[in-house]
Design a protein around this ligand. Sequence first.
Ligand SMILES: *Cc1c(COP(=O)(O)O)cnc(C)c1O
Length: 411
Amino acid sequence: MSDKKNYGFTTTILHSDRRKAIEHGSLHKPVHTSVTFGYNDARQLASVFQGKEPGFRYGRQGNPTIAALEDKITRMEDGVGTLCFATGMGAIGAVFQALLRAGDHVVSSSFLFGNTNSLWQTVAGQGVAVDFVDATEVANVEAALTPATRVVFVETIANPRTQVADLARIGKLCAERGILYVVDNTMTTPYLFRPKSVGAGLVVNSLTKSIGGHGNALGGSLTVTGAYDWNNYPNIAANYKRAAPAQWGLAQLRAKALRDFGASLGPEAAHHIAVGAETLALRMERTCANALALAQMLEADERVAAVYYPGLASHPQHGVATELFKSYGSLFSFELKENIDCFDFLDRMTIAVSASNLGDTRTLVIPVAHTIFFEMGAERRASMGIAESLIRVSVGIEDTADLLADFKGAL
Ligand SMILES: *Cc1c(COP(=O)(O)O)cnc(C)c1O
């Protein structure tokens, strides 16, 4: 398949492995389980180690199966390069491990995936200051910046309350100040939105979620988009400045995070994720339509106190979401009226499964305050807008009528 044609999203993913010849005409990149790679010419081994020629050396820093998945994600995000990790948290942790030093400052959205929130608290105890702001307004981000701010971190649609960050204006602000803009694109996926289009220099994806899409493999990725000039980043060591500046961040992340901390993706998981990614667009179309139908039905029901979904006209960032995203995502959350017990409600469902995880083909529901946001305590939950009765719904690809009936029946 030629690199010249401007193929669509799904065509590009389906045929990306074939861009380089695979033995026997195989259409999938094989699962390479070899931990190491042998060279008949020892000088060539040295040259690979020294970065003078491409090649694989030891599985912790990558292998051909993982490289093929990295290439797919780079194409999906229209980036210059991608690194895969064992999990999404491994990818986010890498930003801290490889790019931040004691004395640096991070401005983060306060509307975050729970474990990312917890990670930033850990970071704050290790000499990197973190300020949490309401990132739905660029002014809050601007007011928090200091001369030591290295990174601004936001999620596109926040999990679980679905606040949409002021993505484009924050991107403009970061570009003006030379700050690295890191966007977690897990909830939108590169099919609905490319953070590069608003100036993000680094894009996080939890591959565990919609990209893998079947709840059968964990994985995470960081994509360098090319939108950031790494000349502006003070923490890049001379060692990693040998190639063009667009590659500096990636080179340091590969060595200082992936190699030294070792949260490497396994080849079998990479294969599962690559196969899952082939149907990302199809699944997103279906799940977004299901999510909108469910959110509309619940919003119209008098037993429901509130529904949070960017696809509803009542959502505060409905306009921004319409402007930036192809559709509104597969996740929404809602609160029941006080006289309905959320546990009883969940137990009455027959299709939706009470479980964590999201972006699965199956619909998953979870009482947020009592599970994934339990550890942080009531005060921080309140500051993030998480009511005690909040139920998060990760909508699957089941038949719409079945899902509507399941929720209606449980009410
Ligand atoms: C799940 C998730 C992560 C973490 O991904 P894992 O693969 O579970 O480690 C990060 N960000 C968001 C928005 C997520 O939903």
